[in-house]
Design a protein around this ligand. Structure first.
Ligand SMILES: C[S@@+](CC[C@H](N)C(=O)[O-])C[C@H]1O[C@@H](n2cnc3c(N)ncnc32)[C@H](O)[C@@H]1O
Length: 306
């Protein structure tokens, strides 16, 4: 079961207008959507997107009786086109709860989990071409090292990449547990006793397969364009790369001037479009982390359109 993270916090920042129009860009199992609908009036509207067709089908079935929601199978990187298709020019709030859902992690054959044996897959959208199998079996050593280092912040990136390249000279690496064994053999014993040694590699592969950072980079400026004055952008992230991206974007959009400091007068014409509402990210309470381990790395950042 997927427990929505920072549920009350996210919805209380998001729902600024009870009759407004909202985007839930990552509807998943619909936990945030359900709470949002509870605080909205019957005239409100929510566009609920997910790039995973299986997730979307299951969630839309459980909201069948809800006339305020339109479910759309789409990557949120195409948010502007989705809204244009529905003749929506402005919205009151955009929520992004990034990453994978427990629903996806729990289905063994999706290959997201390093605990279950499955074919290497990790595609959020199974119609998508690139899978974890392709990355592990076809990327060269330099690219493998780069993604493990950049997207996994894995300090043993080069040693793991080297081990993968060596192993696949004999035969392809097909399953999650084959990969886990390779990773274990490439890192020192001490590292194996800390957190799960495959955690960072799996995170890196998932980010690469689904171009997760590219999608966030693409959607943030579109979300700001689409927000009406006073509207809210709420983003929940689960690792430092995503959080840094969201933080820097919000800071940039909140600056009135981007001229170099040495310039005596402003020549840039840059205009602040956002006001940062959460100077520091909102973190889950100790109780939430206790009852939902997935919440431990979550951070919520909120900005308002000015
Ligand atoms: C953490 S879950 C969201 C959970 C949801 N808020 C809830 O309460 O049930 C993230 C969801 O976003 C979807 N997702 C991730 N990246 C996406 C993207 N670029 N476009 C659309 N959906 C995406 C995933 O398929 C997954 O279902």
């Amino acid at each position: 079961m997927h427990l929505p993270v920072l549920l009350n916090e996210a919805i209380s920042y998001l729902a600024v207008n009870p009759v407004g129009t909202y985007v839930d860009g990552t509807v998943g199992g619909g936990g945030h959507l359900q709470r949002l609908l509870q605080v909205l009036r019957p005239e409100a509207k929510v566009l609920a997107l997910d790039k995973d067709p299986d997730t979307l089908a299951a969630t839309s079935r459980s909201f069948q009786q809800e006339p305020r929601v339109v479910f759309v199978h789409e990557d949120f990187r195409h948010l502007d086109k989705v809204l244009a298709n529905y003749n929506i020019t402005k919205v009151d709030g955009v929520l992004l709860d990034l990453g994978v859902s427990s629903f996806q992690l729990d289905i063994e054959d999706r290959g997201f989990s390093f605990h279950d044996d499955a074919r290497l897959d990790m595609r959020m959208n199974r119609h998508h071409k690139l899978s974890a199998w392709d990355v592990v079996n076809n990327y060269d050593q330099a690219d493998l090292t780069r993604i493990l280092y950049q997207y996994g912040e894995e300090k043993y990136a080069s040693s793991i990449a080297r081990r993968i390249i060596k192993a696949r000279q004999d035969r392809s690496i097909d399953t999650t547990l084959e990969l886990v064994e390779l990773i274990k053999s490439a890192v020192p014993p001490k590292y194996r006793r800390e957190k799960h040694p495959a955690r960072k590699t799996f995170q890196a592969l998932r980010i690469e397969v689904n171009d997760e950072l590219g999608a966030v980079e693409a959607v943030l400026p579109q979300a700001v364009d689409l927000l009406r004055k006073g509207g809210r952008l709420c983003v929940i992230t689960f690792h430092s790369l995503e959080d840094r991206l969201v933080k820097r974007f919000m800071q940039w959009e909140a600056r009135q001037c981007i001229c170099p400091l040495e310039l005596p007068i402003c020549t840039c014409d840059h205009q602040a479009r956002l006001e940062i509402i959460t100077r520091k990210p909102i973190l889950p309470s100790a109780e939430e982390c206790q009852s939902n381990p997935r919440a431990r790395s979550a951070k919520l950042r909120v900005a308002g359109k000015i």
